[in-house]
Design a protein. Sequence first.
Length: 518
Amino acid sequence: MEGMSMKLVTLGLSLLALYAIQKYIELRRVIKSVQYPSHPGKITLLAQDSLLSNILPRIPGISMGGNATWEGRYQRRSHRERVAAYAEVGWDVVANISVLPSQVTLSLADAAAIKEVTTARFRFPKPVWQYKTLSFFGDNIVVSEAEEWKRHRKVAAPAFSDKNNKLVWDETLRIMFDLFDNVWGSQELISVEHALSLTLPITLYVLSAAAFGQRISWKDDGTVPTNHQLSFKDAIVEVSNNCVTKIIVPSWAMGFNAHTRKVRLAFDELENHILDMISSQRYAEKKAEKHDLFSSLLDANTEDPTFTDRDLMGDIFIFLVAGHETTAHTLCFTFALLALYPEQQELLFQHIQTYEDMSLLTYSMAVFNETLRMFPPVNNIPKYSAEDTSITTTNAAGEKRVLPIPQRTIVILNTVGVHYNPRYWKDPEEFRPGRFLEPDWPRDAFIPFSPRACIGRKFSETEGIAVLTSLVQRYKIEVLEEPQFASESFGERKARVLTTKPALTLKPVRVPLVFKRR
Ligand code: HEM
Ligand SMILES: *[C@@H]1O[C@H](CO)[C@@H](O)[C@H](O)[C@H]1NC(C)=O
Ligand SMILES: *[C@@H]1O[C@H](CO)[C@@H](O)[C@H](O)[C@H]1NC(C)=O
Ligand SMILES: *[C@@H]1O[C@H](CO)[C@@H](O)[C@H](O)[C@H]1NC(C)=O
């Protein structure tokens, strides 16, 4: 018996030793492949993207910590320290090497290298497996690549037309005026605990009208049609508030408690509403000319027989996921920045008084862009190398280096890294919309929508400008004065109001504001 367990222990130990040796060899190979340490990098035991390392704090040598994403770099460390990761090493491409699993993740804050990666879609495709969780309504444009992606993109692209942009503009103004007239009414002062409580419904209502073709309003809860349990409004509000639940909880477990049952009902109901919309529009006697995204997709789907109702459903849902929080969070940060920088708000106000046409509202656009530079909703955009390849990077001294990239290396476009890189942006920590009005602003170093990737860019820009213009014309935005913060300095106030947390997209934690009628 004794001998037996000794043998087992010995066997166990040798297996462990073998495993360690194998890991060591793998690691050597990985390290050599990216020329570490002659090219800068960082080695940790656990991979950046593993679930465990997100839960663990930052332990030098073991994990980067969940806060190694935006939060940790911006909130807890100064900007200087944040770019130091790149600056200290002199290069804007850094390799993060992990032992378990043995893999390299290249993080790019070099505008030229980013351009090289995004213009070579075949060499650097999207690692679709990282997006799987977003395919709960079946395949869609965001989670697909190659031929399948082209099929979706070909149908979706024409829907984001000038006519749709016009609809976005008109519907956004309608929703804002409904807010001013029927919700805020004659109040001189409107205080909100958190500006997201305003921007989330605004962007949801715009999507509802301009994407789904269903107008919903602030006060009206919508009627519940026979054969439905929820109104369209209740269903879409509930769904957009609970996407994370749907992503995390497997479908067989959705019946386990009251909350998840409620979420399941909302998803089922929204799906049923869309199926009704499909059949009522498809079999309508007289077809009205409509320019919402849903109607355009439906038309395209009648023309392309390979594009099924299921595809239509997947894409229309993904517009909700991709377009709601991103735009809502950006507008919330914009309000916060305008409240913190009253002189910038005054410049914007003067500008709006002068122009009315969207194409001339360049200052509003610059404010929106500057917010996206400082608070890009999507912090990391992953790609991977489909083959053994390389990219060229340049250091602060102007030296070039060709960096080999083994097949299947994850290459991350680090939005925050490039948006705060002092090589491209002077005083990157400063909110200075005017920088976008200079003729030679660094276009390649501005990637909030990932170069040419976001199909909804114009949609969200149009919406953003309409919201900003209509609001700032009528109301002055200020930070809400609260007794517990009476003695704070400007720096402290700025840090408090602009506190963020990583969520599906970068999220403002609490932005308390006052809107004062002008
Ligand atoms: C401030 C607002 C927005 C930001 C910052 C943003 C950002 C992005 C980024 C970075 C990507 C590329 C993702 C990747 O390749 O991994 C993307 C793709 C996409 N976005 Fe947006 N987005 C915004 C608003 C919108 C809106 C309003 C819509 C729809 C109405 C939308 C729909 C999409 C879709 C469908 C894709 C996938 C396109 C494709 O793969 O062909 N986005 N967006
Ligand atoms: C991340 O940072 C926040 C504060 O900025 C802190 O409350 C939180 O505990 C940190 N999380 C980890 C895993 O270190
Ligand atoms: C990799 O390293 C850089 C620089 O240290 C850091 O900013 C980044 O968050 C790390 N992780 C990823 C996934 O890029
Ligand atoms: C804002 O950024 C977009 C790119 O996302 C660019 O096309 C546009 O010219 C910029 N406009 C202004 C006024 O900053």
